[in-house]
Design a protein around this ligand. Structure first.
Ligand code: ATP
Length: 269
């Protein structure tokens, strides 16, 4: 149903403090937040505010989280859709959904529109096996029409996320569209430690827990994996009737999450 497609202009209580690491990306997006907060400051000398930015990085690294935090920081409504929602849609439906979304957003501007997995609709011609090409192109064309249809003073910023910038139709990357790219990388050991700290906040841990060690034991893990580990560890400890989560529970949780990741990779391969 339509309701599943976008979170309609909801107010966000997520802010930058919920996003750990990603220091460089945060600096770049803070500028966009400032465009939303005080557009006049930027357009005074005749400059045009960019319409959109592409968040590029592997799955689970916090692209959606960062987009929501931008809305939270700017205190503007957040509209979202996912490119994958448009897969297997009836002819004409994708384009009309895009039109609807932008219509609602214009009424609530200033606001943020977030398009997750934009590669599902934004692939260069002839490279998508998932959706009939005509329908995908209609949807993509409607998105381009909508983006071209408003000026930089509209107060709408469009963010899109992808882990495959290489397959995107170059029309999307032209000036005046997604002409800024912000890269969201997998966290280093310091970043992972920060992410652990965010996700350990609601959890009762034993005094002996060594957070730095947890970060060292999880190379290559994305933020989503770390969130998952913290939750698993809390459940494992609770099942054993402990009153605090300790290192052994985290080791079990890490093994379990690694097992899950291996299974997922096997299915994909
Ligand atoms: P995908 O490409 O799969 O959509 P994504 O990059 O959009 O992934 P998110 O959906 O933002 O990733 O991340 C999933 C969850 O992982 C977040 O809701 C959050 O709990 C956790 N997470 C990811 N990155 C971070 C981070 N940098 N700081 C804190 N939590 C994070």
């Amino acid at each position: 149903s339509k309701a599943q497609l976008f979170e309609k202009g909801s107010k966000m209580d997520i802010t930058f403090k919920d996003v750990a690491g990603l220091d460089e990306a945060k600096v770049e997006v803070m500028e966009i937040v400032d465009f939303l907060k005080s557009p006049k400051k930027y357009t005074n000398l005749g400059g045009k505010i960019p319409k959109g930015a592409l968040l590029v990085g592997p799955p689970g690294t916090g692209k959606t989280l960062l987009a929501k935090a931008m809305a939270g920081e700017a205190q503007v409504p957040f509209f979202s859709m996912s490119g994958s929602d448009f897969v297997e849609m009836f002819v004409g439906v994708g384009a009309s959904r895009v039109r609807d979304l932008f219509k609602q957003a214009r009424e609530k501007a200033p606001c943020i529109i977030f398009i997750d997995e934009i590669d599902a609709i934004g692939r260069a011609r002839g490279k998508n096996a998932m959706m009939s090409n005509d329908e995908r192109e209609n949807t993509l064309n409607q998105l381009l029409v909508e983006m071209d249809g408003f000026g930089g003073d509209s107060g709408i910023i469009i963010l899109a996320a992808t882990n495959r910038p290489d397959v995107l139709d170059s029309a999307l990357l032209r000036p005046g569209r997604f002409d800024r790219q912000i890269s969201i990388d997998r966290p280093d050991v310091k970043g992972r430690e920060d992410i652990f700290r965010v996700h350990l906040k609601p959890i009762k841990v034993s005094q002996s827990l060594d957070i730095h060690k947890l970060a060292e034991q999880t190379p290559g893990f994305a933020g989503a994996d770390i969130a998952n580990i913290c939750n698993e560890a809390a459940l494992i400890a609770a099942r054993k009737g402990k009153d605090g989560v300790d290192m052994a529970d985290f080791n079990d949780a890490i093994d379990r999450v690694i097992g899950g990741l291996e299974k997922k990779n096997k299915i994909i391969a």
